[in-house]
Every structure is written in C-alpha cells, then in structure tokens.
Write a protein of this length. Structure first.
Length: 326
C-alpha cells in the first residue's frame, strides 16, 4: 500500500512538506505543491481521511443513521443528505440500524472512531449519546430535539382522514405506526380529530414496525383482526401495498369493496394499478435540508430556524372511491 513516505520520495521532498501540501495546512511553494500532487496522482495515493481530520482537528466526514434501508422512504432521505454534504465538501458514512438499538450503538461507536464532524439521523433512538457532537434529527422528531427537519405529520393525518370520510366508509380502521416513533402518534392525533369531529366510529390496528420485511405478515394479521374493514388509513405506503395485496387475495375489489390510503408517496404508489392514494411527504427535501442545517452548524453560520417543518399534500389515485355522501 502506498504511503506518504513513498510520495515524499518520488517528489524528492520531506514527509512534512507532503503533509502540508496535501492538507493545505501551511506554506508550500507553488512548484513544490505541483510536484507533490503529481507524485500522489502517479502513486494513486489518497490521504487517510481520519488521520487528516485528527491532524487538522477538522473532519470532513458526516454520519447518517437510517432505521431501515429497505424502506424506499429512507433511501430518498439518504439521497438528499448525500447531495447536500457532497456539495458542501463532506463525505458520508452510512449506518443502517434496522430498528435495532444495539446496531445503533455500534454505528455511533464507528462514527466516533472515524472522528465524524456531525450526525444526521432518521433514528429516534438514544440521541443522548450524541450530545457531544453536532446532531440533526430527521422525520421522527420530538419537541425536545434541538435541531430537526420533518414534515407536518398532524396535517398528514388530518388530510388522510378527510380523504376517506366523504367516500362512503362503513368500517374505518387506522393502522397506527410504532408507538416509539413520535410521528406515528402525531399522525394518529390528526386522523382521530377529524373522525371525532364527524362523529364517525373507527378502530385502531397497531403495527409493530415500519420495516418492509414485516409488511406482508402484518397485512395478514390485520385481516385476522378486521375481516369486515372496508376503509383503511395506513401507516405508510409499504404497509398499504401489503394490505392491498392481501385484500385482493381475499377476493376484495379495490376500491369498490375495500379502499385504502397510504403515507409517503413512494414511486411504486403511482406506478401500480390501482394507484395508491397517499399523503406525499418530501423525503428528499427532508434529507437535503437536514444536511444543510448540519453543515451550517459545523461551519458556524447563522441558524435561522432550528426546527424546519415541511408541508405534505394529498395525492388522489384509484385506491379510494369517488366522493359521495357520508
């Protein structure tokens, strides 16, 4: 493996000069700078980012924690984060937690070992362990978090309920996201407020997780408990799709016999048929603005807003009936 000593030998300068030239950390003559850069290129030498950050006391690595990379919502967030940090001159270190606290702790240790400058996280886990490093929480936001970017979950829950109440519902069931995820409870509150205002009865179905690999099993459990449900407000698009599939297997026509609304507006929601009516939240923008906020913190720029809330919208497709009387 090529070392800094090899570069120094080829460029015929000292190791200290190579270090200053590549780290831009002191005066180096222009001709010497060029010799060092050409030697490094010839030898395909890339400075160790961790060693460089320790030397400069300034890291260009940012950690990103995601709860489940198989859920299409979170890669969209990751793309937004990546585009922002790359534009600002940082590199990304990804940790896929899989809703596992032990994996979260492991990744936090890895981030610390790699001297990351800060963390962007869509995991509502043990944020106390990140108190000593700049940290921005995405999506799963609590009121006591200092810096956060999220969508308007209460409005999302409200819009979902408003979408179904005028479409002849007989038995409404709200699929509630995991209890340990703050956004799930806020969406539930928005939906319940609307249904109570219209004096419509409804039932809840508690989903254990947002993880994609549990979606089909959860859909089967749903119908075991709610065989006569005809209207569902789902916790996300992945689970809505699984419930639609299970409904079709049971001979139910969508939306005539069974109607459903999702949450997130993932690409498959509009590509499938019947298309899934859903609440669209800006996953890419959540990631992008969260990373921008973190970079502003790291670069000590003025912070206009510590909590950024982005709007959500209703996307009407074929999975809901035409409007009619209550």
């Amino acid at each position: 493996m090529t070392t800094i000593r090899d570069v120094a030998k080829l460029a015929q300068v000292s190791v200290a000069t190579v270090s200053r030239a590549l780290n831009h950390s002191g005066y180096v003559r222009e001709s010497t700078q060029k010799k060092v850069e050409e030697a490094a290129k010839t030898l395909n030498f890339h400075p160790n980012e961790v060693a460089r950050s320790l030397y400069q006391k300034k890291s260009k690595l940012i950690g990103l924690l995601l709860p489940d990379i198989t859920n299409p919502f979170f890669p969209a967030i990751a793309k937004g984060v990546e585009d922002s940090v790359n534009k600002r001159g940082y590199s990304l270190l990804l940790g896929n937690v899989e809703e596992n606290p032990e994996k979260e702790n492991d990744y936090l240790k890895i981030f610390a070992q790699n001297n990351v400058a800060g963390v962007v996280s869509a995991v509502q886990g043990n944020t106390a362990k990140m108190k000593d490093m700049p940290f921005v929480l995405l999506d799963r936001v609590t009121n006591n978090q200092k810096y956060a970017v999220h969508s308007d979950d209460f409005l999302g829950g409200t819009l979902a309920a408003q979408a179904v109440i005028h479409r002849r519902p007989k038995k409404i069931v709200i699929m509630v996201g995991p209890q340990n995820v703050a956004s799930s409870l806020v969406r539930l509150a928005g939906s319940e407020q609307v249904l109570k205002e219209y004096k419509l009865s409804y039932e809840r179905f508690q989903t254990p997780s947002f993880q994609s690999d549990l979606a089909e099993e959860t859909a089967q459990d749903f119908f075991k408990q709610h065989q006569d449900a005809d209207t569902v407000i789902a916790s996300n698009d992945v689970y809505a799709l699984a419930v639609m599939k299970e409904a079709s297997k049971r001979g139910l026509k969508i939306p005539e016999d069974f109607q459903i609304i999702g949450y997130d507006d993932m690409s498959f929601s509009r590509m499938m048929y019947p298309g899934l009516t859903t609440i669209s939240q800006p996953a890419y923008e959540i990631g992008y603005q969260g990373a921008e906020l973190l970079c502003d913190i790291l670069e000590k720029k003025p912070i206009k807003k510590k909590h950024i809330q982005l709007p959500v919208t209703l996307k009407l497709r074929e999975s809901l009936r035409e409007k009619g009387s209550l």
